[in-house]
Design a protein around this ligand. Structure first.
Ligand SMILES: C[S@@+](CC[C@H](N)C(=O)[O-])C[C@H]1O[C@@H](n2cnc3c(N)ncnc32)[C@H](O)[C@@H]1O
Length: 261
């Protein structure tokens, strides 16, 4: 983290809400079940063991950068262990996504940014009857993830190789509706806004869109602000690591909360 991000993080910690500040039953339950809950699911043990294995994997691959790059990894030659430590959702974040999917059981999930595929496995195991579409531009990462999915017999993952810019619109025409979108790649203003606007076409009142790294840059903060201010968004949650938006029409007044993660 640079100094600016550290200050932003301190401000976030000082101003974020906990369960004691939440009055709506929807939000209180969301917080208690998905953020405060430390009860592990059985799958966490397997996924955690796999995470530890990946963090020791010395396989070296050449990465083709399709997005805004990485702040920690800046060479095109990468070792899987580095990616597993610095380039993917951390354990706490991935477990939160698992809990969220397990609670709301979205049928159709899109992940933008597969990388080595570990988080896709969390998404897939959280709701085995759902379909998880995951898109990755780098051919070597795509191949690596494919072999991980095979090894773990994840039958509900549809891995797509290609650029989000071309693959997302194609995929959206192919699916009936989009229940959960997880944007975790190409963290720049324009692409993020484009993916959001494209995905809006297939959203419904119970859709959930999640944006990773909303504090990655000024550009991402700008994109996140525009997303949560969008007229169709009725509830937005800032968890620092994630920005989450809902389109629930039961929510009469548009609300935005910063929650301690
Ligand atoms: C942060 S990583 C994804 C991590 C993964 N979701 C996880 O937590 O395990 C972002 C990935 O998105 C891919 N990516 C970025 N921009 C892309 C684009 N425009 N098209 C396709 N892939 C892209 C990168 O190659 C990278 O592997």
């Amino acid at each position: 983290m640079n100094v600016k991000t550290i200050l932003t993080y301190i401000n976030y910690r000082l101003t974020s809400y906990t369960e004691h500040d939440l009055h709506s039953p929807f939000l209180y339950n969301f917080y208690m079940e998905l953020i405060r809950n430390e009860h592990p699911f059985g799958d966490f043990e397997i996924l955690n063991t796999l995470r530890k294995q990946l963090q020791k994997d010395t396989t070296s691959i050449t990465v083709t950068d399709f997005g805004a790059g990485s702040k920690k990894l800046n060479s095109d030659k990468r070792v899987i262990s580095q990616i597993a430590r610095h380039g993917i959702a951390q354990k706490k974040q991935a477990e939160f996504l698992y809990r969220l999917i397990n609670k709301y059981t979205p049928n159709t999930i899109i992940e933008l940014g597969t990388s080595i595929g570990l988080t896709s496995l969390y998404l897939s195991k959280a709701a085995t009857k759902s379909t998880v579409y995951t898109i990755e531009g780098c051919p070597n990462l795509y191949r690596y993830a494919q072999s991980l999915f095979k090894e773990h017999q994840s039958k509900n993952i549809q891995a797509i190789h290609g650029n989000f810019n071309t693959e997302l619109p194609k995929l959206l025409t192919h699916i009936k509706s989009l229940d959960l979108l997880y944007v975790d790649g190409n963290h720049a203003y324009e692409p993020t806004m484009n993916y959001f606007k494209m995905a809006l076409q297939k959203k419904h009142v119970n859709s959930i869109f999640i944006f990773d790294d909303i504090y990655w840059s000024d550009d991402m903060q700008k994109a996140w602000k525009e997303i949560f201010e969008h007229k169709d968004v009725t509830l937005s949650l800032d968890l620092f690591y994630f920005g989450i938006v809902f389109f629930r029409t039961e929510q009469k007044n548009k609300e935005h909360f910063v929650l301690k993660f």
